[in-house]
Design a protein around this ligand. Structure first.
Ligand SMILES: Nc1ncnc2c1ncn2[C@@H]1O[C@H](COP(=O)(O)OP(=O)(O)OP(=O)(O)O)[C@@H](O)[C@H]1O
Length: 216
């Protein structure tokens, strides 16, 4: 299977010189100290913030695609999702009932007032809204940060099922290393403007060496 998502000399606020290839179906875990730039990196990958260098999806460079089209394909789940209608339903064109149930909702959730949602409900519905776009690349910014263990398990299970069915690329930001070990193929640490494999970072082996180019 060919490369799906590729970064060449990619840089944004806080990260530079990033070269990476993520094949379809791969999930990259991304962790690092608070304020190290993980959210900013995801925003740049979604073409929501300025970046340097080049990024490609299935060989098509981002600059060759209208930004809204890129963002539908390379979709960001932000830590705080934005809502613009009064109720849930108008934010969705179509949503499989199994996904709704998988995250612990029933059809009545579609009628709920946005202003009445708990932070965990917003987070889970925000994830469903992103998934409903059927993106090729999912940029998940702490997707279970507001959730209890039961709902965390629901989210992990739904995403694992989708990985098996539709082969998206995922970049999953979290401070929970156990979660990243459960859900991701590889884990990298963002610190001081560079990405390092978790094992290397843990061994304090980063030194001044340039990080390996991950081909995942
Ligand atoms: N629009 C902005 N302009 C300037 N600086 C910003 C902007 N947004 C965030 N920052 C700063 O950039 C740094 C990285 O922020 P970012 O939100 O990416 O961190 P993070 O690694 O996701 O942190 P956390 O783990 O706490 O969520 C922080 O110091 C933050 O204050």
């Amino acid at each position: 299977m060919g490369t799906v998502f590729k970064l060449v000399d990619f840089g944004c606020r806080g990260v530079e010189g990033l070269n990476m290839e993520l094949a379809a179906g791969r999930c990259l875990g991304l962790t690092g100290p608070s304020g190290s730039g993980k959210s900013l990196l995801l925003r740049a990958l979604a073409d929501l913030d300025p970046y340097e260098g080049r990024m490609f999806l299935d060989g098509v460079e981002a600059v060759r695609m209208p930004a809204p089209q890129w963002r539908r394909k390379v979709a960001l789940l932000p830590a705080e999702s934005a809502w613009w209608h009064d109720t849930v339903a108008p934010h969705f064109d179509a949503l499989p009932a199994s996904w709704l149930e998988g995250l612990g909702f029933d059809a009545r959730a579609m009628e709920w007032q946005i202003s009445h949602l708990s932070s965990g409900e917003r987070q889970r519905l925000g994830l469903l809204r992103m998934l409903a776009q059927r993106p090729a690349v999912m940029l998940l910014d702490e997707p279970t940060a507001n959730l209890d263990p039961k709902n965390t398990a629901r989210v992990e299970s739904l995403l694992e099922g989708l990985r098996r069915e539709t082969d998206p690329v995922m970049i999953w930001v979290s401070h929970d290393l156990d979660q990243l070990r459960r859900c991701c193929d590889d884990i990298m640490v963002l610190a001081h403007g560079r990405l390092t494999a978790l094992d290397e970072a843990a061994a304090g082996d980063g030194g001044d060496r340039a990080p390996e180019v991950p081909r995942l």
